[in-house]
Design a protein around this ligand. Structure first.
Ligand SMILES: [Zn+2]
Length: 114
């Protein structure tokens, strides 16, 4: 249940940005979530709605979630490939010397003001 911690962090970040820009109401936040992150979007939305109901700035704020595709890079042949399809083994050269380039992160993409 780390979704709650993530929501607290995002709401805090958005509130700080809103205050800095003298915004009194945030209407929508677009959040990008990596394909292989362990975040469960439906939990995230539940936590979001609860947290926003307690914030003057964020009350009724909509959360839109976009998925970032997971990509793995192979150190041996230099190719990149879809992590979800192939996992840790490179489909080009069968090497296991691979690492995740993107897909495990979450970040705020857009903040819309009412
Ligand atoms: Zn390879």
């Amino acid at each position: 249940m780390h979704e709650l911690g993530i929501v607290f962090h995002i709401v805090k970040t958005v509130e700080n940005i809103a205050v800095e820009n003298q915004v009194s109401k945030v209407g929508k936040v677009v959040l990008q979530i990596g394909e292989v992150s362990t975040i469960i979007p439906s939990y995230l939305v539940d936590c979001w709605n609860w947290k926003c109901s307690k914030s003057v700035l964020m009350e009724g704020c909509e959360l839109e979630i976009e998925t970032i595709p997971a990509i793995t890079f192979c150190e041996d042949c230099g190719e990149t490939y879809s992590t979800v399809q192939h996992g840790k083994i490179c489909p080009y050269c069968s090497s296991a010397c691979t690492y995740l380039v993107q897909g495990n992160e979450h970040e705020i993409k857009e903040i819309e003001v009412c």
